[in-house]
Design a protein around this ligand. Structure first.
Ligand SMILES: [Zn+2]
Length: 263
């Protein structure tokens, strides 16, 4: 069966081992609300082991299995870097309660004040996160992990961020939902923004990070990682895989695979 979590090509940056544990999907369901199929990345650096975003309930088994495949368990994770507070990216911080957990100061202040029951902010998880002794409320430009800086990229939420890993030979930019997919990166238009112009400025900022050095890679919140070809156009690294298994028959054995990838 196709695996929705099939990793993209490993990203080579000396001193860092970067694994896409779950590759985000650039779409919404038509009849059932948000899909929330977001990207989760593992970064190993020396003794430290960081996750960029941690997903939601549907990711839990997948995340444990992906770590186990690499000989790791959730307790081995030392750092959690959250691009923003939305449930599909941030909810599973509770799987890593001992980890140093980074989120933008602005995002925490905003998320704590969001009205309950109306938004993608997981109200109770955010309330508890605020009490976490290992929580780090970071500011624009802070180094939040060795070689990784946080860059405010508002629009999707007021405190959503991109993380830039400055490697020896190239940079890797984790954009979260500031630029969810290739369409947003290329068009500078966005879905789910409180202000299209603010989002556009953040995407331009991301392009600035992306093109600052040759060979840069962008890992979006809901898409396959990309680099730039010789013409400066985004080029996917790795293939997209996404499918649903459904019981449309009358036995539990008869399942139908609905492939969501269109060539
Ligand atoms: Zn979001």
């Amino acid at each position: 069966m196709p695996d929705a979590a099939a990793p993209a090509s490993p990203i080579q940056v000396s001193g860092y081992d970067i694994d896409i544990l779950v590759t985000g999907f650039p779409g919404k369901s038509v009849c059932h609300g948000a899909l929330g199929w977001s990207t989760i990345v593992l970064i190993r650096h020396g003794e430290r082991l960081a996750l960029v975003d941690v997903g939601a309930f549907g990711h839990r088994k997948l995340l444990v299995a992906a770590l186990a495949e690499r000989g790791l368990k959730p307790a081995d994770v030392t750092d959690v870097l959250l691009t923003h507070s939305h449930y599909d990216h941030a909810l599973n911080w509770v799987m890593f309660p001992k980890a140093r957990t980074v989120i933008a100061d602005v995002e925490m202040d905003w998320a704590l004040k969001e009205p309950w029951g109306l938004t993608p902010v997981p109200e109770l998880y955010v309330r508890e996160l605020d009490l976490l002794p290992t929580l780090v409320r970071a500011k624009d430009g802070d180094e939040v992990f060795p070689g990784i800086t946080m860059h405010l990229a508002p629009g999707h939420t007021p405190g959503c961020v991109a993380f830039r890993l400055a490697g020896a030979e190239r940079d890797v930019i984790f954009t979260g939902d500031a630029a969810k997919n290739r369409a947003e990166l290329v068009s500078r238009d966005t879905d789910m923004t409180y202000d299209a112009a603010v989002s556009r400025a953040s995407i331009e900022m991301i392009w600035g990070l992306w093109t600052a050095r040759p060979g840069g890679i962008v890992v979006p919140g809901h898409d396959v990682p990309m680099d730039l070809d010789d013409a400066g156009k985004p080029r996917y690294l790795g293939r997209r895989e996404a499918a649903i298994s459904a019981w449309y028959g009358e036995t539990m054995d008869a399942t139908t695979i609905v492939n969501l990838v269109v060539d």
